[in-house]
Design a binder for this molecule. Structure first.
Ligand SMILES: [Fe+2]
Length: 389
């Protein structure tokens, strides 16, 4: 029996509880809502770029005008590390904060979520690593936690986990608990207008990857499958408009929704593409979305022969006549988005391929790929993505 078929007698759990306020101008609801929740001193966790943008100043001003006393913490890395979280916790305690408001892309929201965890959980941060059973230690209170996405990519705003790397090795660790979900998401497409074309394309391709990998992932989850199919259609239909017309509200809104849907869907699992991409962040500090954009056509070509029926269903939602067209469609989409189509073009060197392969084999995402991925498969996939064959 297929792993994603219903298994009689088995009990399943599906999780969709987050309140999402979605639409232009919902950032104005943040201050009234925090006041209603008796929050007085929120810690605003963001990155240094977002902290300098006009909309961030507006949100900050709006909180002040409503009588709140926010503290801004923006001292975080592109790929977040443990010391970012510990500094954020220190900022929280020093300012006497009573809530955490994450504003930004995946990195800022992951740090915000990890700070919310660390405020009252004082063991070593990586004792809470889900892959070593650390969620059992998540027993203390979590301060009120809210998210405000400013990219359409990771969907971290609706997630329950934070990916934080070790400072020295850059090995990725996953902090996870259902209690780390945001109490409320304020998803305002106008906050994504300031994202330049390159990051809009790369983060959008991350969202497309989430929807496609979640749809293909093993496990029985028709709810996520439906969300993922619609999510990939929204991304594929709007990513070029969002890149080329940055203030197109409809395109930005549907991209933001597609990225949220991708993150909702990937509670089902991810696959080979993310396992190829995580090591590129670890080893050469490549942007996560860019890594997924480059790897996606090769990873999909790898999976195509094992689940042609699912590729046919994806092709319908992507406006293609055959599932076999998907890898080429993705390559051409990258070209139209002015993204590199090989790892070589993105600065990866041939000597990186061997250590990348080692890390990919150990990665947590590929066990959910629809077919097993061997070490030899990863080596071959990296060579293809590198542009060597
Ligand atoms: Fe991702």
């Amino acid at each position: 029996m297929m792993q994603d078929a219903y298994q009689p007698g088995r009990v399943y759990q599906f999780n969709f509880p987050t309140v999402i306020r979605f639409g232009s101008g919902v950032w104005r609801e943040i201050a009234p809502h925090l006041k209603q929740e008796k929050v007085q001193r929120p810690l605003l966790v963001t990155d240094a770029t977002v902290a300098g943008l006009e909309f961030f100043h507006k949100i900050h001003e709006h909180l002040l005008e409503n009588g709140l006393s926010p503290t801004v913490f923006c001292n975080i890395s592109k790929n977040p590390i443990k010391s970012d979280v510990l500094k954020g916790r220190m900022a929280y305690h020093e300012a006497g904060c009573d809530a955490v408001l994450g504003v930004g892309g995946g990195a800022a929201l992951d740090v915000a979520r990890a700070v919310a965890l660390a405020v009252h959980h004082t063991r070593d941060l990586f004792d809470y690593d889900d892959l070593t059973g650390g969620d059992v230690y998540v027993t203390e209170p979590i301060p009120p936690f809210y998210t405000v996405p400013t990219t359409a990519g990771t969907g971290s705003e609706v997630g329950r986990s934070a990916i934080i790397s070790e400072d020295d090795t850059h090995r990725k660790r996953i902090l996870f608990s259902p209690r780390l979900m945001a109490r409320r998401v304020f998803a305002d497409p106008t906050l994504t207008y300031a994202l330049p074309p390159g990051p809009t394309a790369a983060t959008g391709m991350d969202a497309l990857t989430h929807n496609m990998e979640a749809f293909l992932a093993r496990n029985f989850h028709p709810i996520c499958d439906g969300v993922a199919l619609e999510g990939m259609a929204l991304i594929a239909g709007n990513i070029e408009k969002a890149v080329h017309e940055p203030q197109n509200e409809t395109a930005r809104a549907l991209m933001l929704l597609g990225s949220i849907m991708g993150a909702i869907a990937f509670q089902k699992g991810l696959g080979v593409v993310h396992s190829m991409s995580h090591p590129l962040s670890t080893l050469v500090d490549m942007h996560h979305g860019l890594a997924n954009a480059i790897n996606l056509p090769y990873g999909m070509a790898f999976n195509l022969k094992y689940c042609p029926e699912k590729f046919q269903r994806m092709a319908q939602r992507l406006g293609l006549s055959s599932g076999r067209d998907i890898p080429d469609f993705l390559l051409q989409l990258n070209e139209r988005l002015n993204l590199p189509t090989t790892l070589r073009a993105a600065g990866v060197k041939e000597e990186h391929l061997e250590p990348l392969t080692e890390l990919a084999v150990q990665d947590f995402a590929h066990p959910n790929n629809p077919v097993p991925v061997s070490r030899a498969d990863f080596a071959q996939l990296y060579r293809q993505a590198f542009g060597a064959c």
